[in-house]
Ligand binder design. Structure first.
Ligand SMILES: Cc1cc2nc3c(=O)[nH]c(=O)nc-3n(C[C@H](O)[C@H](O)[C@H](O)COP(=O)(O)O)c2cc1C
Length: 156
């Protein structure tokens, strides 16, 4: 059974909320062994290498940064010698178009994981503008179900 992780960095709970909706969608529509866990609970970055597929969600704060309190864990992961060359990853971000640095944190995270850890992205980076209203939840759930298909295709 495929081991799947949904992990997120969230300050006020919006990204966590979307992550939970994605989790529910995956539980309903896959036969994977799925866990959901905040990124700052990974004391050992190498744990990430145990998953076949990882979905990462992060909001953008400040001047295009990850959520306050999660900078260190991301830098630790990016600079670790974790090998994600056999792991597929998908990325979603929450932001607000009124900021100049719109939804940039998740793009930075994708770049670092791809370059430093050799992670393999599937699907597009989903950038959500605004809050977890029903429209945005729908967008995220549809994106997740497309990713299930993409992942399954890689494994047939
Ligand atoms: C003080 C503040 C700064 C923010 N800075 C940005 C930003 O630079 N870029 C962006 O796209 N969104 C920005 N946002 C919007 C947040 O990313 C958005 O509210 C998001 O839903 C928060 O998700 P979270 O609760 O999971 O952390 C900011 C919000 C606040 C309140």
């Amino acid at each position: 059974m495929k081991k799947v992780l949904i992990t997120y960095a969230s300050l006020t709970g919006n990204t966590q909320f979307i992550a939970t909706e994605i989790y529910d969608e995956l539980v309903k529509n896959s036969d994977w062994d799925i866990i959901i866990k905040p990124i700052n609970e990974f004391a050992d970055a190498k744990e990430l290498g145990k998953f076949d597929y990882i979905i990462i969600g992060a909001s953008t704060w400040g001047d295009g940064d990850v959520a306050p309190g999660t900078e260190d864990i991301f830098e630790y992961i990016f600079n670790s010698d974790t090998d994600l060359s056999k792991t597929y990853l998908s990325y979603f971000g929450l932001g607000d178009k009124k900021y100049n640095e719109y939804n940039t944190a998740i793009v930075y995270i994708e770049e670092k994981i791809t370059k430093n850890l050799d992670g393999k992205r599937i699907g597009k980076i989903l950038q959500i503008d605004g809050y977890p209203n029903s429209e945005n939840i729908n967008i995220a759930v549809n994106w997740a179900s497309e990713n299930i298909e993409l992942f399954n295709k890689k494994n047939t």
